[in-house]
Design a protein around this ligand. Sequence first.
Ligand code: SF4
Ligand SMILES: [Zn+2]
Length: 472
Amino acid sequence: MSMFEDIPVDVGVIYEGERIRKEDMQVEFGGSKKEDKFELVRVKKPEEVEDGKITIIGSDINGMAEGSTHPFGIVIEVAGKQLEPELEGVIERRIHEYSNFIEGFMHLNQRYDIWMRLSKKSFQKGLNSFQYIGKVLQRLFKSELPIIEKIQITFITEPAKVKELHTEALNIYEARDARARGLKDEDVDKFYGCTLCQSFAPTHVCVITPQRYSNCGSISWFDGRASARVDPKGPVFEIDKGEILDAVKGEFSGVNEIVRKKSLGEITKVCLYTAFGYPLTSCGCFEGVAFYIPEVDGIGVVNRGFKEVTVNGLPFSTIADSTAGGRQVDGFHGISIEYMRSSKFLKADGGWNRVVWMPASMKERVRDFIPRDIVDKIATEDEASTLDELKGFLKAQNHPVVERWREAPIGAEAKLEAEAAQAEEATQTMPIATVSTLPITAGGYKIILKDAKIFAKKVIIIAIKDEKQEKR
Ligand code: SF4
Ligand SMILES: [Zn+2]
């Protein structure tokens, strides 16, 4: 791409989805090891933005030790006649997409949860300054979103400054989220959809309604509307609700139709307010996961930032792996924190009355939105760290799920569900890998498979530490 002639590495859509392992990384920004990290877009007045300006506060990449991890912030200020503050969230979400276009640069998650890595290889090729990353972002933003007329970018790695701005960013996110509260799904004819995450999860379609914030927690219904208006061909689009097929579960004919189309026929039915049966697909950048706990017939919730194991003995990462990939997994459901503040939160499953466990810090974040009569009956890691402790706690508190235990012997329902799922799986061939772009280099040619699915009878994974490869 000639647009990037002066950038030492390649830039293009084929690098999206590229993962950088720990051994291959030169430096890392944010992630679970650093509390302070954020990305923020602000719409400004034209006179407040100096187009093309890049500022670095703190060390630049070439001043960082190999293998090190840093607190990190990026502030992108944009101006343009058609730009409105409601577009900030959507423009901000594009940071994820565009920075992943850079060869050897990986960006995961969003807002206060971002995690980035630069590969040793790209560093050695000369990608040793934020100046380059800034230039790439500025050019991509301006060419892809022409309504951005001026753009300036600030990278912050100086720890005290990241900390200060991180707090500010959290307040800005909260103000954005609060704007969408109060509006009900019943009040609107249109929902919005987003397929930005299809580069990582090719069958994933987010359905964004006033009461169901996007999985990543960065795009509200208002943001979706603003985006679809200025960039109708972009990844965020309008959905006609169509007919209400199930008001409790949140099934709409218009949603089914568009999800089928956008997932290329993979997903045919979606129920918005449930974690069971046909939940919304989960990509990978959800802020949290709601997971079914068959032993108590309740739902646990865990967020990305929770570092310990959850009450079922699994850490967030394992639960996230069972959930992600653009699939509909019965009982594993990617969610945003803001969705937990909605009265439609898991409505069809019993809402908060079905939630039995969540991390204490997460509970604090949404406490005001949990009904008074249930809030103390939901366990955290302080009350229960094993399923036995959880059972005891729920019983002692007379949590509403205890009622369900009397109706059906515990586990019976789950067993049936598992059997049904197994039977279904046996009749289907599941792809072992699904990738949106799979570059293969052979004999001097590069072959790119778009939306490839790989089927295999058997998968053999062999570590190739010592050059000697085994073949079977
Ligand atoms: S999680 Fe959903 S709304 Fe957020 S970027 Fe991905 S597809 Fe779009
Ligand atoms: Zn995603």
